[in-house]
Write a protein that binds this ligand. Structure first.
Ligand SMILES: Cc1ncc(COP(=O)(O)O)c(C=O)c1O
Length: 313
């Protein structure tokens, strides 16, 4: 059970039973972090938890963070801040009117939305801009986009402990990565015989590896698990989707009963099956894939997914 003001469920571990995996003699388990809470699910809770504690302990009344119009992070923050009796402000990347389901939920959870132009949003990591936001909104604890800070990484270590608490033997843990904060926490907490695999959801320069290295250098604690970021599975880029990915997701979910969304978890499992096929994950491997939630984002992706399916079908 997570140390929090309200009870969260412990994530169950589900073994995937599948003839493809049996043929390749690979055991695949899914750490169902999507099931820990109906709204604040997946890695979001772990990245937010210590940030919210930190804000509360320092006497802040409000937290502020950044995200796109369909952001899982903004959605989860809007609900999680209430658990700590904190107000929340979401700075939302420009070009939307706040009418989509993610932002409607965020408003219903009590979040104040500030719509920033693309130019303004580009300053989201700039400390001078943070000062301007403090001046506009009063003193608030600012959490970087995606919960990508040291508190986010430290909180994510708990996912590894939760996996270990199931008492199964495993040699690989895999997770979808965008900022790499969750991946860094998993690497930090992993036993040294376990290899941690990050499946990048981004195209282009590998910012994930450099971000993770930065955290690991700051937190160096002796023997470290091996880890690697895999860059070949973005399917065209962040939030891009193609027919092969959608087809895979449909078959995987139908066979396992595990729901996926196409931005993070769909790409994670797509990558893992490909790695099993090409033997980057060898026979005898015991893999735990972390289901990081994000299913609320499906509502925003559905029209695009339907369009792609219609074009193919
Ligand atoms: C569902 C989901 N999975 C994975 C990630 C990637 O997490 P990180 O930014 O810590 O790499 C995110 C983004 O926060 C996400 O929303």
């Amino acid at each position: 059970m997570i140390d929090s003001p309200i009870p969260f469920e412990k994530a169950p571990l589900q073994r995937v039973s599948d003839s493809f995996l049996d043929d390749h003699q690979v055991n695949l388990y899914v750490q169902r972090e999507d099931l820990i809470h109906p709204v604040i699910s997946g890695n979001k809770w772990y990245k937010l938890k210590l940030n919210l504690k930190h804000a509360k302990e320092r006497g802040f009344k409000t937290v502020l963070s950044f995200g796109g119009a369909y952001s899982n992070h903004i959605h989860a923050l809007s609900a999680a801040s209430g658990l700590f009796q904190l107000q929340s402000i979401g700075v939302i990347r420009g070009g939307c009117d706040g009418g989509n389901p993610t932002l409607r939920d965020a408003k219903a959870h009590g979040m104040q939305l500030h719509f920033a132009s693309r130019e303004e949003y580009a300053k989201r990591c700039n400390k001078l801009y943070w000062q301007q936001l403090q001046d506009i909104f009063g003193g608030c604890h600012i959490i970087p986009e995606g919960g990508n800070n040291i508190q986010g990484v430290l909180g994510s270590r708990e996912i590894m402990r939760s996996i270990q608490s199931h008492g199964i033997a495993f040699d690989r843990v895999a997770v979808a990565a965008a900022t790499g904060a969750t991946l860094a926490g998993l690497i930090q907490a992993a036993p040294s015989h376990v290899k941690v695999l990050g499946v990048s959801t981004l195209k282009g320069e590998d910012t994930i590896t450099s971000n993770v290295l930065g955290y690991l250098n700051d937190m160096a604690t002796g023997r470290m698990a091996q880890w690697q970021v895999f860059g070949g599975y973005h399917c065209g880029g962040y939030a891009k989707v193609n027919a092969r990915l959608l087809d895979f997701m449909e078959r995987f979910s139908a066979g396992t009963g595990i729901p996926l969304e196409p931005i993070y978890t769909g790409k994670l499992f797509y990558a893992l099956y490909d790695m099993v096929l090409n033997r980057q994950i060898p026979a005898g491997a015991n893999v735990v894939a972390v289901h990081t939630g994000g299913l609320q984002g499906l509502r925003g992706m559905q029209p695009l997914m339907d369009k792609i399916k219609a074009r193919v079908g």
